[in-house]
Write a protein that binds this ligand. Structure first.
Ligand code: UTP
Length: 278
């Protein structure tokens, strides 16, 4: 069977960002700057560096700033043309040259699984990546986390979730996996639970905001009932693939910052200022 390449990257960005209020009352969480760049740009850079050039935002109303960030702003460009500031847009302009951007509305915030399901018309019947941009991932000097996962997909040809070990008392913030380690850092998932009570968690291996999904996930999402919190959970849809042995969990190389929380955001800002800022 010929292998279909992963070309699309879905960014579910329709959430309300309530943990970061009041900052996120009028400004999308994904547009908060880490040093001088909005979070969403770090995510799109990671996708582009992994060879994924079809970017699809699953967006909500009031969050058009995300789309506008990847569009021309002629008035601004004219006002800085020929000045030292012109170069400050090079990074985002490069992404605009190399990627295509589409946007689909999630009419109601019905959960991450539902948001991913909304991307089907843009992605079509092909494997695709998902990036939750509030998880900022870095791997200085090595391949990005998404690139590592795209490479792993070539070998495993099934859905992949990125995982990291978290303290046992924090597992209730994540989807948590159980599985057998097939090679160092690569687990065949047998079971997964969304936000388990720490006393009932099958492990402390938590799913973070990077996925590669095979397109059968769309039909499975369609069959998934609302779960934890009344939301359609991607973990529940993935469970159906895991039952058939079709989900790999990958302990990635690099570091993740949870920029959806104030503490993680401050940590990321400090890290990026010290290590990545020109
Ligand atoms: P979060 O659980 O972080 O929710 O969603 P949130 O709304 O962004 O933030 P808090 O918890 O209220 O502070 C994880 C990801 O899923 C997206 C979010 O935008 C985020 O990228 N999401 C979540 C959707 O796109 N739609 C939804 O219905 C729910």
């Amino acid at each position: 069977m010929s292998q279909q390449p992963v070309q699309s990257c879905v960014f579910p960005v329709a959430g309300l960002g309530t943990r970061f209020l009041p900052a996120t009352k009028a400004v999308p969480k994904e547009m908060l700057p880490v040093v001088d760049k909005p979070l969403i740009q770090y995510g799109v850079e990671e996708a582009e560096a992994a060879g994924l050039s079809r970017i699809c935002f699953v967006n909500g109303r009031h969050k058009q700033a995300i789309e506008n960030h990847f569009d021309r702003n002629v008035e601004l460009e004219q006002s800085i043309a020929g000045s030292a500031k012109e170069g400050l847009l090079d990074g985002v302009n490069r992404l605009m040259d190399r990627c295509t951007f589409s946007s689909i509305r999630q009419l109601e915030a019905r959960g991450l699984g539902h948001a991913i399901g909304c991307s089907e018309p843009a992605v079509g019947p092909a494997p695709f990546a998902v990036v939750l941009p509030d998880d900022l991932c870095v791997n200085p000097g090595g391949p990005s986390v998404l690139k590592q996962m795209v490479d792993l997909y070539q070998r495993y040809q099934c859905s992949i979730v990125a995982i990291e070990e978290v303290p046992q008392d924090q597992v209730d913030k994540y989807g948590v996996i159980a599985g057998t380690e097939e090679e160092p850092g690569v687990y065949r998932v047998s079971h997964m639970v969304e936000k388990p009570d720490p006393s009932e968690a099958p492990s402390n291996l938590a799913i973070i905001g990077r996925y590669i999904l095979t397109p059968d996930i769309y039909a499975l999402i369609g069959q998934t009932e609302p779960g934890k919190g009344g939301e359609i959970q991607i973990t529940d849809a993935l469970m159906k693939q895991a039952a058939a042995g079709k989900v790999i969990a990958y302990r990635f190389q690099g570091q993740r910052f949870d920029c959806g929380s104030v503490a993680g955001y401050v940590e990321a800002t400090q890290y990026c200022y010290e290590n990545l800022y020109r």
